[in-house]
Unconditional design. Structure first.
Length: 182
């Protein structure tokens, strides 16, 4: 004999699991020309960061900047790629991380806390930029706790990337960067 009584918790679990199947369509593939433009933009902008670093005798190339460059040149119309987000988030995450590390010290839990607080702050300030969430961990692993790290590389590096994005993306037909500033 079958039990036909409602089973709300089982239905909630089943609904939850069904959402994991997805259901949306894949985005269209970029044309070969657009892929080439984006790749050249990424490479040229990162090479520019290295050249500015060599000129200034500073370390400017950081792992999160590779992800930032990808967003600026591949997803240039995304909110995550806009100058406000790129610059604001790297600065915000770095200020938060340096503040926590200078007050409490560097360790796995403070790195996790700094990352969470930076993510929270980015959401409140509407400056979400995923690569910047790596900044507190990068700072902790590298042991960079001096405030000069805020300027070089965390201000100058993203600034060079955004400037390259402005110059390069707008040379390409059908691209417009930025979509907005503030």
């Amino acid at each position: 004999m079958r039990d036909d009584r409602p089973r709300p918790w089982q239905d909630r679990i089943a609904g939850y699991l069904r959402r994991m199947r997805g259901g949306g369509a894949n985005p269209p593939r970029m044309s070969a020309r657009q892929i080439l433009y984006s790749t050249i933009g990424i490479v040229v902008s990162l090479m520019t960061v290295v050249e500015v670093a060599n000129y200034a005798d500073a370390t400017l190339l950081m792992a999160p900047f590779g992800a930032s460059a990808l967003l600026i040149f591949v997803a240039y119309d995304s909110p995550l790629a806009q100058p406000r987000n790129v610059l604001g988030s790297h600065l915000l995450a770095t200020i938060i991380a340096l503040s926590i590390y200078n007050l409490i010290g560097i360790g796995p839990f403070t790195a996790i806390a700094a990352t969470g607080i930076a993510a929270l702050a980015m959401q409140f300030t509407r400056t979400v930029h995923a690569p910047a969430a790596a900044d507190p961990i990068l700072i902790a692993v590298g042991g960079y706790i001096g405030w000069d790290f805020l300027v070089a590389p965390m201000l100058v590096g993203p600034l060079v990337l955004v400037l390259c994005g402005l110059l390069f993306n707008n040379l390409i037909p059908h691209r417009r960067y930025p979509a907005y500033w503030w």
